[in-house]
Design a protein around this ligand. Structure first.
Ligand code: GLN
Length: 309
C-alpha cells in the first residue's frame, strides 16, 4: 500500500483542480451559497493514525449524514419500534421520492431516505419537545467526535424549514398512515435541525470510528452499539446510503457510506478506517461528485473494499 499521507495529499490535490465539480444543492437556499471550489478529506485508520488534506477543518452542513446518528440513537432506545416503521430495502428512488411512499402505504423503504429518516426522528421526539430529539443526536455526535463545539447552524435549519415542502408532504402522508406519532410540524422541525448540524471532515471521521471497530468507540473503549448492530448499520449504508446511486457507489467504491446534500460523505472500511470527504458539488442523485471520486481513488489504491478477500 502506498504511504497513506502522500496518497491523501495527492487525492486532495487532484480534486482541487478537477474541472467538473457537480452542482451545489440549491433547493435549500442557504446551501446554495457554499462555494463548490472546496474539497476536504480525513482518514483515520484502525491504529488511530489520522491523515488530513484540503479543507479538512472547514465545517459544512452534514445533512443526511445525520441519519446514521439518528438511527443509532433510535435503535438504542427501541429497535423494534424502528423496524416496525421503516424497512431495510434500497429504494432505487430519489431521496425525497413521494410516489414510492404512496405506492407502499406510507411505510418508508429504509431509514436513510428522507421519509424513513423523518419517521426515525419522530420516534426520538414523540410526545416530547422536538428539541429533545435533536439534543440527543447532538450529544451522541459530540461524544463520538470528542468535540463539544459541534452545533446546529440555525440559518440552514430555518432555510430548509421555509422551503421544505416536499419533506412536509412526506411527513403529512406518513401521519395520515399512522407512521408519524407526534405533531408533523414538531417532527419536521426536529428533522431540519438535525440535518443542519455543522461538522468538519475531521469531526465526522472521528464520529464514525465506532463503525470500523465493531461498535466500540476507540476514544472511550465503550460500546456505542453491539458488533451485530454495527455490521447491520454498515450493511444499510452500503445498500441504501446513496439512494438511487447506492448500487453505482458499491460498484465503484465498495464501502459502506452515507452521503448528504451538503456534499459530505462518511465511509467505513470495517476493521481498517473511518473516512470523511467533503466537496459541495453534487451528482444528479444528490451525492458529492468529487467526494465519490476521491473515495473511489482511495479504495482502489489501498484495496479497502468489503468485497476483497
Ligand atoms: N435536509 C435534506 C432534505 O431533507 C437532506 C437530504 C440529503 O442530504 N440527501 O432534503
Amino acid at each position: 500500500m502506498p504511504d497513506l499521507a502522500s496518497l491523501v495529499t495527492h487525492i486532495a490535490a487532484e480534486m482541487a483542480k478537477a474541472p467538473e465539480r457537480g452542482r451545489v444543492a440549491d433547493y435549500i437556499p442557504e446551501l446554495a451559497k457554499v462555494s463548490p471550489a472546496q474539497f476536504g478529506m480525513v482518514v483515520i485508520t484502525a491504529d488511530g493514525c489520522e491523515v488530513a488534506a484540503g479543507d479538512a477543518d472547514v465545517a459544512f452542513s452534514i445533512q443526511s449524514v445525520s441519519k446514521i446518528f439518528a438511527l443509532v440513537e433510535a435503535l438504542s432506545r427501541d429497535a423494534n419500534a424502528v423496524w416496525a416503521r421503516v424497512g431495510r430495502e434500497p429504494s432505487g428512488s430519489a431521496f425525497n421520492s413521494i410516489v414510492q411512499l404512496e405506492a407502499e402505504g406510507g411505510r418508508p423503504r429504509n431509514p436513510f431516505i428522507n421519509a424513513g429518516a423523518i419517521a426515525v426522528t419522530d420516534l426520538l421526539s414523540a410526545g416530547d419537545d422536538p428539541r429533545a430529539g435533536v439534543g440527543a443526536i447532538l450529544r451522541l455526535i459530540r461524544q463520538l467526535a470528542g468535540d463539544d463545539d459541534i452545533a446546529v447552524d440555525g440559518a440552514v435549519a430555518y432555510s430548509e424549514a421555509a422551503s421544505g415542502h416536499r419533506n412536509a408532504a412526506l411527513a403529512h402522508f406518513m401521519k395520515a398512515h399512522g407512521v408519524i406519532a407526534g405533531p408533523v410540524e414538531a417532527t419536521l422541525s426536529s428533522y431540519f435541525h438535525q440535518c443542519a448540524i455543522d461538522m468538519s471532515c475531521r469531526q465526522l471521521a472521528r464520529a464514525g470510528r465506532f463503525l470500523m471497530h465493531g461498535g466500540i468507540d476507540p476514544a472511550s473503549g465503550e460500546a456505542v452499539v453491539s458488533p451485530e448492530r454495527a455490521r447491520r448499520i454498515n450493511a444499510l449504508m452500503l445498500t441504501c446510503g446513496h439512494y438511487d446511486a447506492s448500487g453505482e457507489f458499491a460498484f465503484r467504491v465498495g464501502l459502506p457510506a452515507k452521503s448528504g446534500v451538503g456534499g459530505g460523505i462518511l465511509a467505513i472500511a470495517p476493521g481498517r478506517a473511518s473516512i470523511a470527504v467533503w466537496s459541495p458539488g453534487l451528482s444528479p442523485q444528490g451525492n458529492s461528485l468529487l467526494g465519490t471520486a476521491a473515495l473511489e481513488h482511495l479504495a482502489g489504491a489501498t484495496g479497502w473494499n468489503v468485497f476483497n478477500p
